[in-house]
Design a protein around this ligand. Sequence first.
Ligand code: URA
Length: 202
Amino acid sequence: MSLSTEQKFEKMKEIRDKLLNFKKSPLYKYRLENKYFPVVGEGSHNARIMFIGEAPGKNEAETARPFCGKSGKVLDEMLESINLNRSDVYITNIVKDRPPENRDPSPEEIKLYAPFLNEQIDIIQPRVIATLGRFSMVYILELLKCDTPILSIGQMHGKEYSGQASFGLVTVVPLYHPAVALYNGGNKGTLLEDFQVLKKYV
Ligand code: URA
């Protein structure tokens, strides 16, 4: 069933309210101590392309906006390369609170926060999910029962996989996390090339 723009907005607000009060999370106390915010997501609730990263960093937790630090600059540049900006897509993460010291999200945290992401996918009903990094790649390929063995991101990036969501078929495009371009400038070219795959869904 597809929702009206108003219904989508209301449902996203409910998710935000639940996250604000998500005392069950091991990251909740750390959030309060640091005056951080949960990062729900940003962009169009009617987007055809949804980007899913890992977890907020410091900048994101301070502002409640996904990908607003250095990795975000890379993401903006990639979007621009295919004539998109943030308001054309929806950007979120699997884990909605910042893990301390930017450590990787734990399997328990992924499991705990995943129902929020699943609900967001059902609200937005994207045609394409572009995963950013290995954690979201593995999670989404499994969630949507994509008919592929899960290999390394080095083997899967930039390719298209077909998945089944409750509302229909979704194409999954695994991408490297934008931070790879910060550690190794050469990877920027690979990211730029991989983003070209998304062009036909714009
Ligand atoms: N890295 C992520 O995976 N997500 C963000 O929102 C920021 C950095």
